[in-house]
Design a protein around this ligand. Structure first.
Ligand SMILES: Cc1ncc(COP(=O)(O)O)c(C=O)c1O
Length: 366
């Protein structure tokens, strides 16, 4: 075990993927099977993801970023088109729009929920708007109805549910609300395959387009012709086997995250601004992100005490690539105040007490 910055304190890791003997056995089975990629585990994993999102189909791909990129491409979005994205998000949400040749239009977020502000979305719609990529940030469900009312019906709503597998908006699974839902299986996500992602959809034509686009543009059911060249975004059977095992444990994985989140909220109420979901929604707890003043000092203080905290995510207008798009005051506030605390199933009460006490101390010092 790595030691923390102060002698004698153990480093508390930000994340720790919950994988064990079942995932190991699943990988061993694939290694012995002779199908390392595009074999039966891909199909089985896709069925499991679709079921978890309450939707007809899912297409497994190599990352959450690949999922978002293919969702944009599958809609035929490109040069001259605009796609609305939150100003406060992981950069992949906007980068894939640029990679597709279209223009990402940054929109401010709500400073409390840290999700897209629907009234700002309404103001940003133009004749060129083809889609919104709506993020359920850190696993907190976005108010889907408010978003739907903010845009004309011909604007496609793509969910960036990278961190929202298992979250529910009014009882309905996130990742199954939009025309497509994009998931990530990075190790800091609820379900992991090491690296990995998926696009969900109930539209068979979009599903077929996504399957071609992840495989060079080839339709495996229609000969070897390529009409629209694409790239390789496939996910291997090895990774899907891990994913199948993880999905079978989804309730347990979510329960563990909820346990830690509830323990934090109990200890930190009144100390910092704690995260929550809207009434009637279930937070997926991909990350537990509080808001504090003087975040950088508090973050440095926690790290000095051997606690691996992290910033929330990025305010895109502060990055050189997106600097010319105007002011997004709430995204600025979120960027300056958000602080992610360690969140994984290995955290017991003693570690949570230590983190809460350290945060209390840092907040009262700065
Ligand atoms: C909101 C959001 N979108 C997209 C991604 C990209 O996912 P991946 O790392 O699997 O490419 C992430 C990753 O953290 C994310 O948080």
């Amino acid at each position: 075990m790595v030691q923390g910055a102060q002698a004698g304190t153990r480093l508390i890791r930000l994340g720790w993927p919950d994988v064990g003997p079942e995932e190991l056995a699943a990988v061993a089975e694939v290694l012995e099977s002779g199908f390392l990629t595009m074999g039966p585990k891909v199909d089985e994993f896709e069925l499991g993801i679709a079921a978890a999102c309450g939707i007809a189909d899912a297409v497994a791909v190599s990352s959450g970023t690949a999922a978002l990129h293919l969702a944009v491409l599958a809609l035929g979005i490109g040069e001259g088109d605009e796609v609305i994205v939150p100003a406060y998000t992981f950069p992949a949400t906007a980068n894939v729009v640029v990679l597709s040749g279209a223009t990402p239009v940054l929109v401010d977020v709500d400073p409390q929920t840290m999700n897209l502000d629907p009234s700002a979305v309404y103001d940003a719609v133009t004749e060129r708007t083809r889609a919104v990529i709506a993020v359920h940030l850190f696993g907190r469900p976005l108010d889907w109805e408010a978003l739907q009312s903010a845009v004309p019906p011909d604007v496609a709503l793509i969910e960036d549910a990278a961190g929202a597998l298992g979250a529910r908006w009014r009882g309905m699974p996130c990742g199954g609300l939009g025309v497509m839902g994009c998931l990530s299986f990075h190790p800091r996500k609820v379900v992991t395959t090491g690296e990995g992602g998926a696009v969900t959809t109930s539209d068979p034509e979009l599903a077929a387009a996504l399957r071609r686009l992840r495989h060079h543009g080839i339709d495996v059911h229609a000969g070897a012709d390529i009409v629209r060249p694409s790239t390789n975004y496939r996910l291997s059977d090895l990774q899907c086997a891990i994913g199948i095992t993880q999905l079978a444990r989804l309730d347990e994985l979510l329960r563990e995250r909820r346990r830690v989140a509830e323990a934090y909220s109990e200890r930190l109420a009144g100390v910092v601004t704690t995260p929550e979901a809207d009434e009637g929604d279930d937070h997926g707890w991909q990350a537990y992100v509080v808001q504090v003043d003087r975040r950088d000092d508090v973050l440095a203080g926690l790290r000095g005490q051997g606690i691996e905290a992290q910033i929330g995510t990025y305010a895109l207008q502060r990055l050189s690539a997106y600097r010319d798009q105007g002011r997004f005051p709430s995204a600025d506030v979120c960027f300056e105040r958000a602080l992610a605390l360690p969140l994984h199933s290995r955290l017991g009460d003693a570690e949570i007490d230590r983190i809460a006490a350290a945060l209390d101390k840092e907040v009262s010092t700065h």
